[in-house]
Design a protein around this ligand. Structure first.
Ligand code: AKB
Length: 325
């Protein structure tokens, strides 16, 4: 990777990934692609940014021509809960946007990183130790776009030789930018509320296990797979990657080790509960470990210690407050 475009760079993953890429590859070589949302000062002042609406092929083409990129990390996407509320928007951004990026990448010979998700699985998938290659019949619009996206990426590699690679991310937890409209967002909210109010009302039921990952590992996964030796990749796209699996009771108990007075109750949201129940309890990520050395750093206890420390500082310093994408 030398000249890089990150689409969706004001989002939860994009905002931190862009900053890390700038550290490694040089500020001027990493362009933050933003849609309508204004970039943070850190993002705006540390390197170039461009307005890129991925649903417009010309917009993607123009920016790729202008900077002569060799790599696109395509993070612009609509998450699961918003996709259920706005299926048209989800199809347009997640599928038409991806198609445009792949077409432009084909034309300009760019490598592409495309994140899929645990959302690409569904209720008929084996939900424990979910294999890399298994049944994928999701019953959400988000899932439909994720499976279609995985297939489209495989097609562009096999048919046109586009070097497109990707992972299936679990829920991502970070203390910088808030997630926007996902089903796994409770695992971020819970830390904020534990620090601010010492209590949290959870929208998922106790016993709902989901795969999760801390942001530093999420960023590592994106960079490591793009830098992996292609000769070692038997899969290319949609590698299962996970770092931990827990339910609301387990994360609450971990927080209580540092904040003993923390309490949690439940007010279950049927839409997000149904989505969560259709997703794996825990994925088997051995293909990623074997093919490109995936090895996450943070487990639940290391992540919780870091989240509570960083968030406590952030919450007490108003100009460091988390951003909403
Ligand atoms: C969501 O909850 O929609 C995302 C995801 C797991 O893809 N965090």
């Amino acid at each position: 990777m030398k000249r890089i475009l990150v689409t969706g760079s004001v989002g939860q993953i994009g905002s931190e990934l862009t900053m890390e890429l700038r550290k490694i590859y040089g500020n001027d070589n990493v362009v933050a692609g933003v849609n309508r949302t204004k970039p943070s000062e850190t993002l705006r002042d540390s390197g170039p940014f461009e307005i890129v609406d991925c649903t417009k092929m010309d917009a993607v083409n123009d920016v790729v021509k202008k900077y002569n990129f060799d790599t696109i990390l395509h993070l612009a996407a609509i998450l699961s809960a918003v996709a259920e509320a706005k299926p048209n928007l989800a199809w347009n951004v997640n599928i038409n946007g991806l198609y445009n990026v792949l077409e432009v990448a084909r034309e300009h010979k760019c490598a592409v990183f495309v994140p899929s998700s645990i959302g690409a699985f569904g209720p008929t998938t084996p939900l424990d130790d979910t294999p890399q290659d298994t049944i994928q019949r999701p019953n959400t619009m988000y899932g439909v776009t994720k499976v279609s996206g995985e297939l489209l990426c495989d097609y562009y590699y096999k048919r046109f030789g586009v070097d497109v690679r990707g992972v299936r991310y679990p829920g991502i937890i970070s203390n910088v930018t808030l997630p926007g409209g996902g089903t796994t967002d409770y695992a971020v909210e819970i830390y904020y509320e534990a620090i601010k109010k010492k209590k949290y009302t959870c929208y998922l039921r106790a016993g709902t296990f989901l795969d999760m990952m801390y942001m530093p590992d999420c960023i590592k996964a994106a960079i490591d797979i793009m830098e992996a030796d292609p000769g070692k990749l038997k899969h290319r796209n949609a590698f299962n990657v996970t770092a931990m699996s827990f339910d609301p009771e387990i994360i609450a108990a971990e927080i209580r080790k540092s904040i003993p007075e923390f309490t949690m109750d439940y007010d279950v949201d049927p839409v997000r509960q149904a989505i969560a129940e259709s997703w794996p309890n825990n994925m088997d990520d051995s293909a990623a470990r074997e093919e490109w050395g995936w090895d996450p750093t943070y487990d639940l206890s290391a992540m919780t210690a870091d989240m509570l420390e960083k968030l406590t500082e952030r919450i007490s310093t108003p100009d460091k407050q988390a951003r909403t994408p």
